[in-house]
Design a protein around this ligand. Structure first.
Ligand code: FES
Ligand SMILES: [Fe+2]
Length: 405
């Protein structure tokens, strides 16, 4: 079923490539410039978008083994994700029940016990409080009531989702609107995690707009990869999650191959985004005369910084082929290139946009009929911040797919 959908979408994109056409949104849309810098607006987004929506905080490949963990700070919250001894993935606030110390430094590792660096209370990988130093002198407490604070957590398509709301709930299937069946074809669940690097960016939406935007590719990226890309985009949506493809030369070439021979590689081109903060882009790593190599993904996860004007992006690299030693240099070179493009081209432009918008010179910015993806993204952010918790659940429960013709 998911293959049929992908075939149908490919067929549609190929026919646009042959005809030299591209679907358009109904009209040009405007977004208030203040949405990108106003402090009140930003606080509401933190509360209503980032503390309610399942966020991508990691990958199954980073946490394959029982007792492996990952600690990180996201939108001001210290988070600890742990694969329990039972194989189950759980997420917690990274804070000790005694007096709040953070249990683990940011990073990944493996342990059977988390021992607090302050007074050495300890917790097992299921979050249970299992050790109190000098228990006799500390006094009586109910250890069952003082485990780590849970956060809702789920894995789909090799991607780890966490909601930053202690005691909250997560309906991951409602949230994904069937998108995970498509993402499965990318092969992320079986991939190797080969590392990550970070880039400081402007307001999270200024930064994120760029990932949905093919219009700028040949222009802003004219000195790097831009000349190889068309500036046309087709947007397909599963609820708020959007895949972006282009009816370009690559699709013309795929059109020359018999449909029955289209592999996942032919069917999963373009950029796959996960609302509200993830972009997945693939590239090939191959070496002349060396066997192996293949598809590698850069999965960019964007998180708001400490202020409306800042964000941090993790560029996570996942390899669908075994990243043996021969490929080390080629992978490092790709990573270096992609960081340079994003820092020196996208985010350098984004930071200057941020300054310019704050002057108030322009009351709004525009998303054209050729930028349906940006229109949909901002529409969803607006709908989510206008929704109370009941309405929020309904937004996803009622969401449908929307493929451009
Ligand atoms: S704060 Fe963790 S043991 Fe005291
Ligand atoms: Fe870009």
């Amino acid at each position: 079923m998911s293959r049929e959908t992908l075939v149908e979408l490919n067929r549609r994109t190929v026919s646009h490539a042959r005809a030299g056409t591209v679907p358009q949104a109904a009209e040009v849309a405007e977004v208030a410039a203040s949405n990108y810098f106003d402090a009140d607006r930003w606080e509401i987004e933190m509360d209503r978008v980032f503390r309610r929506t399942p966020l991508v905080l990691g990958f199954s490949s980073e946490l394959r083994e029982p007792n492996s963990y990952k600690a990180m700070e996201v939108a001001g919250m210290p988070v600890l994700i742990v694969r329990g001894a039972d194989g189950e993935l759980r997420a917690f606030v990274n804070t000790c029940s005694h007096r709040g110390a953070q249990l683990v430094e940011a990073g990944t590792g493996s342990t059977r016990r988390f021992t607090c660096p302050y007074h050495a209370w300890s917790y097992d990988t299921g979050g249970k409080l299992v050790g109190i130093l000098d228990r006799d002198t500390f006094g009586e407490i109910d250890v069952d009531c003082h485990g780590l604070t849970s956060l809702p957590c789920a894995e789909r398509s090799g991607i780890v989702f966490v909601t930053l709301r202690p005691g909250g709930t997560m309906d991951i299937d409602a949230h994904l609107c069937g998108y995970d069946a498509m993402l499965d074809h990318l092969g992320i669940a079986d991939a190797w995690f080969v590392g990550s690097q970070t880039a400081d960016g402007p307001n999270w939406k200024v930064a994120y707009d760029g990932y949905l935007d093919f219009y700028h590719l040949p222009i802003l990226h004219k000195n790097t990869f831009g000349p190889d890309y068309a500036n046309t985009a087709i947007y397909d949506a599963w609820g708020p999650h959007q895949r972006v493809t282009s009816p370009d030369q690559r699709m013309l070439a795929i059109g020359e191959i018999d449909e029955s021979e289209w592999t996942d590689r032919h069917l999963t081109g373009g950029v796959w985004t996960i609302f509200p903060h993830v972009s997945i882009a693939g590239f090939d790593v191959r070496l002349d005369g060396v066997e192996g190599g293949g598809r590698m993904y850069m999965i960019s996860t964007l998180y708001p910084g400490d202020t409306p004007d800042t964000s941090i992006t993790y560029q996570n690299f996942l390899s669908t082929f075994e990243p043996t030693e021969e490929f080390t240099d080629a992978i490092a070179a790709q990573r270096e290139f992609l960081l340079r493009v994003v820092v020196e081209e996208d985010y350098s432009t984004g930071k200057r946009i941020q300054k310019a918008l704050k002057t108030g010179a322009k009351p709004s910015v525009m998303f054209g009929r050729n930028e349906a993806g940006g229109q949909r993204f901002h529409g969803w952010v607006d709908d989510i911040i206008a929704a109370d918790d009941d309405e929020f659940a309904k937004l996803f429960a009622n969401a449908t797919t929307d493929f451009q013709p």
